[in-house]
Ligand binder design. Structure first.
Ligand SMILES: Cc1ncc(COP(=O)(O)O)c(C=O)c1O
Length: 573
């Protein structure tokens, strides 16, 4: 019954109709289910022997042992195994030294840890990593996400022991270098944005948005003017309305114009004494700059509100435009986008928030201050004396030190002129893609003029029954991570493509060739497109089921009766 390749994957022959090389009968299947040097295997929980490796500690048998319970010392090879399925019995009240030392958490039954040798384990994870796609492998054109190269110099700097091996609770005089680094980065961010101050501690873009909105609320409350509504244009990123709602505001939409920009007339008409703030993404999620930003800010201020700008797309304008000159009161910067710190895979983000003079007193604590030839942290105890009316804290300590180090390395290695070129190259690359594809893919805002850092396309013109997802899946077969799909919502079947400034013309040309061919097939209604991906380790998955009914914990497979104590394999057949 157990299959050689129990997880169910088999290399399959792509249809001849796809126009890609077709596997022949002799090479479409292998005895093992492996494909070339890509090995196929089950999950780590399903291989090896459970409970068969480990270290026995010299612990005297617990008084608990004997009544259906065992001490740690009796675990291991040869020990009677309890069924993988059996629930843990309730531990008896703690008695004896072992129980006390283990705080009543003494293990009383096998917990089915996989038992594998080191080479087996190393190979398993290395094989998994080879199935992953990463920015170090190729173009990663996720629009809005800015997946760009992470320079190795940044990594080297972040690993310097003086930055990497310190602790936030160390005496302040022993971490003066780290404080100086935070302060230097803060000055660059203030300088580049033309703002008055910066809150360094928020740990992601959305966290920065919350920080900005909480500061805005504190500022309004301080003047006895609590307001209830935040206006969010349709062209804003999805986290903007989510943040405003999370902070307790009523969110109202402002429509976009046919050119994909904020409708200034509609915005101005809605302003009033209940509007606390406007949250605008600029450049917006259609990849366009909002040229009327100053007029928007002036109108909001005249109505007594404040202006939050989502600055996640700052890489498109850094060194060219200073948000402070556009009347913005608060704006987060995703260090993991503009300043090249690693992004994705759940890695640590960092979202410092630059603030106007009006908002600065309400910034979160703690913050680094330079005084008397050194640096110190301003905390709750001293904040009031420093003129702070802070709304509180965003995090326990100071923010993402490792990301600060990487971002400052990037800034210093580029210098002011290099950062300006970052913006110019990100815009150049996106426009190269836009103009190279607009004859085969509908580009709804191409007529609005040059895009900024990302180009947007729609599924208009595809044959009946074909959609953006078919294009995205076919890109996987062609060796590219798909672009952002179905976002922003203002464009039907949106494909948001962001090449970033770090891509070469050669890699953009390859991507263009691939996308032009796939777009042609979608327009022609090539049914084979619907089977894509055919060369990936996994075929097309049921994404709706995965989103609606996610299985977020490992589920113990049904044990094979002939092989007790070892997890049975999923699938097979
Ligand atoms: C425009 C924009 N705003 C905000 C965010 C949220 O940033 P984060 O993912 O760091 O929370 C993103 C992330 O993709 C974004 O693209």
């Amino acid at each position: 019954m157990t299959a050689l390749n129990p997880s169910g994957w088999r290399p399959e022959s792509p249809s001849a109709a796809t126009g890609v090389p077709t596997a022949t009968a002799s090479n479409s299947a292998t005895t093992t289910g492996n494909r070339a040097l890509m090995l196929e295997e089950p999950l780590i929980f399903e291989i090896g022997d459970n409970e068969s490796t480990g270290v026995d500690f010299d612990v005297s048998p617990s008084p608990l042992a004997g009544e259906g319970q065992r001490s740690v010392a009796t675990q291991g090879e040869g020990a009677p195994q309890q069924s993988a399925q059996s629930p843990l019995p309730n531990p008896s009240p703690a008695t004896g030294r072992g129980a006390i030392r283990l705080a009543n958490l003494l293990r009383i039954a096998p917990i089915n840890l996989p038992g594998l040798s080191e080479p087996q384990t190393v190979r398993h994870y290395t094989r998994l990593s080879r199935q992953n796609y990463a920015i170090d492998l190729g173009l990663f054109p996720l629009g809005s996400c800015t997946m760009k190269h992470n320079p190795r110099l940044n990594e080297k700097m972040a690993r310097l022991p003086g930055f990497a091996d310190i602790h936030p609770l160390q005496p302040q005089e022993t971490v003066q270098g780290a404080f100086q680094l935070i302060d230097t980065l803060a000055h660059w961010l203030i300088e580049l944005t033309g703002m008055h101050s910066v809150a360094m501690s928020p740990k992601a873009g959305a966290h920065g948005e919350l920080c900005g909105i909480l500061a805005i609320r504190a500022a309004l409350e301080a003047r006895g003017d609590a307001r209830s509504v935040v206006l969010v244009p349709e062209s804003a990123h999805g986290t903007n309305p989510a943040t405003a709602a999370f902070a307790g505001y009523k969110v109202e939409d402002i429509p976009a114009t046919a050119e994909g920009r904020v409708d200034l007339a509609a915005l101005t008409a809605r302003l009033g004494p209940d509007v606390a703030a406007v949250m605008i993404t600029n450049p917006n999620t259609c990849g366009l700059f909002e040229p009327e930003m100053k007029a928007i800010s002036d109108a909001v201020h005249a109505a007594g509100g404040l202006v939050y700008c989502d600055g996640a797309n700052f890489n498109a304008i850094v060194g060219r435009v200073r948000p402070g000159d556009l009347g913005i009161d608060a704006m987060h910067i995703n260090l993991h986008k503009t300043f090249s710190t690693p992004h994705g895979g759940g890695g640590p983000g960092s979202g410092p928030v630059v603030m106007s003079e009006a908002l600065s007193p309400y910034a979160p604590l703690p913050y680094v201050e330079r005084a008397g030839g050194g640096y110190h942290m301003v905390e709750e105890e001293s904040a009031h004396d420093q003129g702070s009316d802070s709304f509180g804290r965003m995090v326990a300590f100071h923010g993402q030190m490792g990301m600060f180090t990487r971002a400052l390395s990037y800034i210093l290695s580029h210098g002011a002129d290099g950062l300006r070129q970052v913006a110019e190259d990100s815009v150049l690359n996106a426009n190269y893609l836009l103009r190279s594809l607009e004859d085969v893919l509908d580009a709804p805002f191409a007529f609005s003029g040059p895009c900024m850092h990302e180009a947007i396309f729609s599924d208009k013109g595809f044959a009946e029954g074909f959609s953006t997802i078919d294009v995205a899946k076919a890109l996987i077969d062609e060796g590219f991570h798909p672009m952002t799909m179905y976002f922003p919502l203002v464009v039907h079947g949106a494909m948001l493509v962001e090449p970033t400034e770090t891509e070469s013309k050669a890699s953009l040309d390859q991507f263009i060739v691939a996308l032009r061919s796939i777009a042609g097939r979608a327009r022609a209604g090539d049914e084979a497109l619907k089977a894509a991906p055919v060369f990936a380790p996994r075929r097309r998955l049921d994404e709706t089921l995965a989103a609606r009914k996610p299985v977020l914990t490992y589920q113990n497979p049904v044990p094979d009766a002939s092989d007790s104590g070892k997890g049975a394999m999923i699938g097979g057949g």
